[in-house]
Design a binder for this molecule. Sequence first.
Ligand SMILES: [Zn+2]
Length: 156
Amino acid sequence: MGILDDVVVNAKAAADAVGRKAGQIVDVSKLRIGAAEINAEIAKRYEVLGQYVYECSRDNLSADPEAIGQMTEIDELKAQQAAIAKELGDKQNKVFCPTCGKQSPTTATFCSACGTKLAADPEPIPQEAGPNDAKEAVEADFPEATEADIPPRQYP
Ligand SMILES: [Zn+2]
């Protein structure tokens, strides 16, 4: 429950700080900025709390259709995220760490940032692809249309 205690303490500290500022200088624009900061802080705290609930309380919320619906949508988005990361990695000869998201060469066995074991490529590509090579490969997949590709307009 440590993270929940932190959320409460930090939210109180932020509210106190804005309260002091507002008392010293009564200024509408400053109050508005204070309100915006508080709103952003609340949104951030909701996000942290939501992630905590998603990761820790799935089983407890299995009877709550709203919670399950939201968590299922997050699951689907995470699956899409993983698929895009995989496709992007394939195009750039890079693999993405499933834990921290850092890119590593396909030849790497472990993530250089967090040490997670990376999925072994069944047939590792021996060539060392530089950043320019990767860029060219991506561009080659999406060639820009030239005039030759566009058929001449037919007028009746
Ligand atoms: Zn990592």
